[in-house]
Design a protein around this ligand. Structure first.
Ligand SMILES: N[C@@H](CCC(=O)N[C@@H](CS)C(=O)NCC(=O)O)C(=O)O
Length: 224
């Protein structure tokens, strides 16, 4: 039988990993099709064929193979999957209050933590004259440590960041934290609540399974 959804992705990227983890958690079958960065060739994110799926030329993008619906931007994708297959609200929240807490942290990841990570990764991978001025990256890392301290405060005395159980909020933030430690050399030392939360999250079965679809990313446990 054809998989229920197709996830357009890149093996080394944390944004599609969030989507894969939620699909695993909800037992939705999926295939992963990888697209290359900065490439307008047939397998590229900027190819005419892929731009028809996601006009921003980025991953992730999702096609629902049961009805042909296409959606891009990870928050919209997570929301669509939750609307379709998490009708009980296990991962997205059961009440308006729960849902607002989940979307609060997902919004935080997209608007605050993700862009801070993006600045740092831009410097790491693309900055043309990085050896001339380390102060740019020092500033980026200072901002990321501010966010680590904030997240640490949010999970203090709690098992999960938004709800009394693992939710879309946890799976939105943790892969990005893991990614920073693996690619940007940042350490989570000094943030004990955050570290304990990352350990809890990467031990969740759906998170472990999600990582298996992303062999380009090292074992999440190396973050600790
Ligand atoms: N806000 C978007 C961000 C998507 C994004 O920036 N994806 C990166 C990989 S994680 C990408 O495709 N970069 C390629 C590019 O910008 O050309 C989302 O949450 O889906």
């Amino acid at each position: 039988m054809a998989p229920q959804v197709t996830l357009y992705s890149h093996p080394g990227s944390p944004n599609p990993l969030k989507v894969a983890i939620l699909l695993e958690a909800l037992n939705v079958s999926y295939e992963v099709i990888n697209r290359e960065f900065a490439n307008d060739g047939p397998n590229g994110m900027k190819s005419a064929e892929f731009l028809k799926i996601n006009p921003t030329g980025r991953i992730p993008a999702l096609v629902d193979n049961e009805n042909g619906h296409v959606v891009w931007e990870s928050t919209a994708i997570l929301t669509y999957i939750a609307d379709r297959w998490d009708t009980a609200g296990e991962f997205r929240g059961k009440t308006p209050q729960e849902r607002s807490l989940v979307i609060q942290y997902v919004s935080y990841q997209i608007s605050t933590f993700g862009p801070a990570l993006g600045e740092s990764l831009h410097y790491l991978f693309n900055h043309p004259v990085k050896d001339l001025d380390r102060s740019v990256q020092e500033r980026n890392h200072k901002e990321l440590h501010t966010q680590f301290a904030f997240i640490d405060s949010q999970v203090k005395g709690r098992d999960w960041i938004a709800l009394d159980r693992f939710s879309i909020a946890d799976l939105s933030i943790v892969p990005q934290l893991v990614y920073l430690t693996q690619y940007d050399g940042l350490s989570l030392e000094g943030y004990p609540n955050l570290q304990a939360w990352v350990a809890r999250t990467i031990a969740v079965e759906s998170v472990k399974k999600g990582y298996k679809s992303f062999p380009g990313q090292a074992d999440a446990a190396t973050a600790l």
